[in-house]
Ligand binder design. Structure first.
Ligand SMILES: C[S@@+](CC[C@H](N)C(=O)[O-])C[C@H]1O[C@@H](n2cnc3c(N)ncnc32)[C@H](O)[C@@H]1O
Length: 303
């Protein structure tokens, strides 16, 4: 095919059938469910990959996705949706505020510990860890040092997060008193006040390839596992199990669940909110559970 007869890929030129074929392919290859994101923006991102690969016909790109894992990863990263909200799924945050945080504080005090770590894995532009920080700021726990750790695979999104500047569309669930107390209007947007911004520590971290997971008493990993196949989800969940102490809590997204052998390590505590407790079942990780590790090596865990 000559350059001139090559189709020009744009979000608008991609047909609905082609878009659906990509969605179906991502679903079958990675259990990646993009149904809720059927918009022009996602189409534009797919078109960007088609242009970068200099694809002449659409079907050859679909076939390539089946054999070229790197292109599949790149497509997913390009489409990687950083959509989030402050207090996304407010019921979940209500349970975290009223049940989980007080319980973790009580357990820390009873065990004579002075520190707690709350980890938002796949934190997007910071809405989730900042929501945690707002809860912590309101908690009567001055005797404890509570660290909010926020990680994401995308460095640009982490840079945005650190500005603490948010469009009003991300703040629909922020109650007015919280908005007044903690945010300052800047043109059309809102900036979170510095003391709360400083409570969150942002770091790049890829939950699929990193062998080192930080130890934490509470892990939120919501709407991230959908990016991975079941075996990869299981490897990630095993590493979360190793990073949590007994009775530590794991919060998943509303469409995510724990199935299979991994259930030995987690007990569902608030099923609707997808909040799980780490059981006392001991776990030992082997290198094969981490694609980046040497075969047969032991994983370094920080707990
Ligand atoms: C849809 S957002 C979820 C944000 C937030 N957790 C929430 O539920 O509102 C998914 C985030 O996961 C991040 N992500 C995707 N793959 C990742 C990986 N392998 N390691 C860490 N973060 C990842 C994306 O960059 C994106 O910011």
């Amino acid at each position: 095919m000559t350059e001139s007869s090559m189709r020009i890929w744009t979000g608008d030129s991609l047909t609905d059938a082609e878009f659906s074929a990509i969605i179906e392919k991502l679903r079958s290859l990675r259990q990646f469910d993009l149904d809720q994101y059927k918009d022009r923006c996602v189409k534009r991102r797919i078109a960007k990959r088609l242009r970068a690969c200099k694809v002449s016909d659409f079907d050859s790109y679909l076939k390539r996705l089946e054999i070229d894992r790197q292109e599949l990863d790149t497509l997913l990263a390009t489409m990687s949706i950083h959509v989030s909200q402050f207090f996304r799924n407010p019921d979940t945050f209500r349970v975290i505020e009223q049940k989980i945080l007080p319980d973790l504080c009580r357990r820390a005090r009873a065990a004579g510990h002075s520190k707690l770590t709350l980890w938002s894995a796949g934190c997007a532009a910071g809405e989730e860890p900042y929501s945690l920080a707002l809860l912590v700021d309101d908690l009567s726990a001055d005797d404890l040092e509570i660290r909010v750790l926020a990680t994401d695979i995308s460095e640009p999104v982490l840079e945005t997060a650190q500005t603490g500047l948010f469009d009003i569309s991300r703040m629909k669930e922020v109650p007015s008193p919280v908005l007044d107390k903690y945010f300052r209007a800047e043109e059309q947007r809102y900036r979170l006040i510095e003391p709360v911004r400083n409570m969150v520590e942002f770091q790049p971290h890829n939950i699929m390839t990193e062998s080192d997971y930080p130890a934490a008493e509470l892990i939120l990993c919501r709407n991230v596992l959908i990016y991975f196949s079941r075996p990869e989800q299981e490897r990630i969940l095993r590493r979360f199990a190793a990073a949590l102490p007994a009775h530590g809590a794991l919060v998943l997204g509303r469409s995510e669940t724990i199935t299979g052998d991994i259930r030995h390590y987690f007990q569902s505590e608030f099923p609707m909110e997808r909040i799980y407790r780490r059981t006392e079942e001991p776990i030992e990780l082997l290198g094969f559970e981490n694609p980046a590790a040497e075969p047969g090596s032991r994983l370094m865990t920080t707990r």
